[in-house]
Design a protein around this ligand. Structure first.
Ligand code: WQD
Length: 340
């Protein structure tokens, strides 16, 4: 099957591309490099021993997009391309609505025009569940008012895809990711945001290699085991595997399919810090700081549906993710120094 991967050079996109190539899928990437580096293309090839075809433009560019549909004739799309910084989305809401919604519209428009492309996988997020009434969160848990425009774009796109699936003969997987962490074991792929990381794991990585002095733990008075926030951290390679399994399900003409991708286990910030220290035999200096606006006490995934309908179970532990994340960050630092 030929798969168009938008945002295929990004953090989750690159790991998924490797898995797809390893499983024999033909991959075409569109990425405008707004939050990724071109070097990732070579690294994907180095790992998978195959080079995906690559197009550098914004998915919203309808002319360029159509020319890719005409020349490549994709049968499926995995749509990763999108803005994802929660804080930034509160500062620049229009930019988030415009980018995330219009890129999705452009792709759905192409599916309407080229019906040979009838499978679509969307990167949604556990953020659509908002502040949970109870955990674990199942796919039937209520969708709550989003606390950021970023989260709102995920809810809106889920609704648009649901409506689209009612009128068009398409198969759509909405995958609700919990918190992806870790990196490829080779150390070639991982998450290395420019500037101050917004998310916990890349922040810990930077503290671990001395690029930042200490971690600020946002809040120690949550209603959790140790007062710090609890999330469901899933290794990015498990998440990547989930996409391949979802594509295989879509191939069977399943229509609309909504599924959590998480481990089913909650881990607190302090537990993650301790696991990171243990996995890598290092110290992560931290101090407690005030709560971050919009954060919730606890969430973790119900995993029954993913297991039953995709055959999805996680292969990696938190310790694996901590080891792989540190390995990537150490290698990345060295690569940056060698480049200078
Ligand atoms: C995890 C925990 C923080 C940073 C968000 C989005 C989600 C997904 C991932 C896009 C919380 C604490 C964090 C730090 C800390 N989207 N923390 N110090 O908020 O669960 O999810 O990012 O990429 O859709 O909603 O993830 O990693 O930001 O936070 O103490 O410097 O770590 O308070 O308890 P979150 P996160």
């Amino acid at each position: 099957m030929k798969v168009l991967v938008t945002g295929g050079l990004g953090y989750i996109g690159s790991h998924t591309t490797v898995k797809l190539l390893e499983e024999g899928f033909d991959v075409v990437i569109i990425d405008n490099l707004s939050n990724s580096k071109i070097d990732v293309l070579d690294r994907i090839e180095q790992i998978a021993k195959k080079r995906p075809r690559f197009y550098n433009f914004d998915v919203q560019n309808k002319e360029s997009l159509e020319s890719v549909f005409v020349s490549e004739k994709p049968e499926a799309i995995i749509h990763f391309a999108g803005f994802k910084a929660v804080g930034e989305s509160c500062q620049k809401p229009l930019m988030y609505y415009e980018n995330n919604l219009l890129s999705t519209f452009a792709l759905l428009d192409m599916m309407q025009k080229y019906p040979k492309c009838k499978n679509f996988v969307f990167s949604s997020s556990a953020t659509v569940y908002g502040e949970p009434d109870s955990v674990p969160l199942t796919e039937n848990s209520p969708i709550k008012q989003a606390t950021s425009p970023y989260g709102q774009t995920k809810i809106m796109i889920e609704e648009i895809l649901t409506d689209f699936s009612k009128v068009q003969k398409v198969n759509i997987a909405i995958l609700r990711y919990f918190n992806p962490i870790g990196a490829h074991q080779s150390g070639l792929l991982g998450e290395d945001p420019n500037g101050l990381p917004n998310n916990l794991f890349p922040y810990i990585n930077k503290v671990a290699v001395g690029a930042l002095p200490k971690l600020n733990i946002f809040g120690n008075d949550y209603k959790t085991c140790d007062g710090t926030g609890v999330r469901d951290y899933i290794h990015v390679l498990d998440l990547a595997k989930g996409h391949v399994l979802a594509l295989k399900k879509l191939e069977k003409d399943c229509g609309l399919f909504v599924c959590n991708l998480g481990t089913g286990k909650g881990t607190s910030v302090l537990e993650l810090v301790k696991a990171y220290e243990k996995a890598n035999n290092i110290k992560i200096p931290y101090e407690f700081a005030p709560r971050r606006a919009g954060d919730i006490d606890e969430n973790f995934a119900g995993t029954e549906k993913a297991k039953k309908e995709l055959g999805f179970v996680c292969d990696y532990t938190i310790l694996d993710a901590c080891r792989d994340g540190y390995n990537f960050q150490t290698q990345e630092l060295k690569r940056m120094k060698d480049k200078k």
